[in-house]
Design a protein around this ligand. Sequence first.
Ligand code: NIG
Ligand code: FE
Length: 408
Amino acid sequence: MKLIGPFSQIITLAGIPLKGAVKDEQLQIIENGGVLIENKIIKKAGDFNSLKNEFQNADIELIEGNNVLLPGFVDSHTHICFGGNRSKDFAMRLNGKTYLEIAESGGGIWSTVTNTRKESKENLVKSTLEKANISLQKGITTTEIKSGYGLSIEDEIKMLEAINEVKSISKADIISTFLGAHMKPRDFEGTNSEYLELLVNEIFPVLKEKNLAKRVDIFTEKSAFSVEESRIYLQKAKEQGFEITIHADQFTPGGSLLSVEFGALSADHLEFSGEEEIKFLAKSDVVATALPGASIGLGMQYTPARKLLDAGVCLSIASDWNPGSAPMGDLVTQASILATFEKLSMAEILSGITFRAAKALNLSDRGILETGKKADFVSFPTNDFRDIIYYQGQMKPNSVWKNGKNIG
Ligand code: NIG
Ligand code: FE
C-alpha cells in the first residue's frame, strides 16, 4: 500500500455524468489531497492527513511544493505508426490547395502509404514507440493507435504487429485499431467494394488469430468509402464481433448516421455534422470525438463540440496525431484551443481527455480518480488546475504515474 501526496488539488472527475454539458462547479476538488494505491489500483482518494492517520502502515511517496493531480489522460484516436512526413502537403495547402486536391494529385494518405510500406517493422516499432513516449511524458497514459497506412494484406499486418510490439514494450497502455479501410489503395485493381471484401476475407481472420486488433475503423467519406460501401463492411465487422469506430462527417455528413445505426463506440471528426446528425448522435450511446488537431492542421472548422454537448452527447477530444492532417500531436494544446473556439468549460475539456475518451475505447476502468480505478495519474506544477488549460499546453506535467508507479 502506498500513499502519494500531499497535492494542492486533486481533480478527481468523480460524479460527472458520461454524457452532456458539464459546469466547472461540478468538478470534485480535493484540497491538500492524497491518493492511496494498492496493486496498481486506487484504494482511496481524500484528504492527505486523514489518509495518513487512517492507513499508518502505508509507504509514503511525499510530494513537495504546489502540484495538481489528475487522472492520466487518454488519447482515443491517433495514427502514430507511419513512415515519412508530409510537410510538402502542408506547404501546398498554405498555397491554397485543399486536402482533397492534394490527395487527388498523388499526395495525401497515399504518399504516407508508400513511405510506410518502405519501412521495416523494426523501424516502425522504434518511431511509434518514440511518439507514444512523447505522449506519455505529457500525461497520456492510454493511447489508441490505428493501422491504415499499409493498405495491403502484408503491410497492414506489418503495421498491426508493430503496434502490438509497441504495446508490449511501452509503459503506456496501447489500444490497436484496424483501419485497412482508410482508402482504396491505388495499386488495387478493383472496386471499393472488392477491396473491402478482401479486408473482410483476408485480414479479419488474421486480426483474431494473432490477436492484432478487436476494433475496426473506416473512413466514410466521398473521397474514401461511401455510406453504402461502409454499411456492408461494418455489417460484416459487427457480425464477427469487432468493436466499431468511424471516421465520420469530416468533409461531408453521412458517417455519423452509420455510427448510430451500428451502435459504434465512437464517431470521430464530425466537423461537418449538422443539426440532424447531432440530434441522431444525442439519441445514441455513440461517443463523439472531436479532433481539433485536424482542424488546426487543415485550417478548417472545428467539430461543433458545444452543440454536441448541449444536445447531451458524450464528447471525447483526441489528437488524431498523423503525418497529414494533424502533425502537431499535442492533446492538451489542441483541447485548450478547441475550448476557446467552442466555449467548452474546463470540466468538459478534462472529461473529454479522461473518462469520456476512455468510453470511446470501451474502457471503464480509468479516467476517474476514485476507488477501484487504475492508478494512472498526471501532476502539474501549480496550485490551480485552471492553469493547465489556461497555458494552452505550455505548462508541462512534472510527474506521471502508470499503474501506481512514478515513471518521471
Ligand atoms: O483522421 N481523415 C482521414 N484520416 C486521417 C488523416 C490521415 C492522413 O491524412 O494521413 C484523419 O485526419
Ligand atoms: Fe484519424
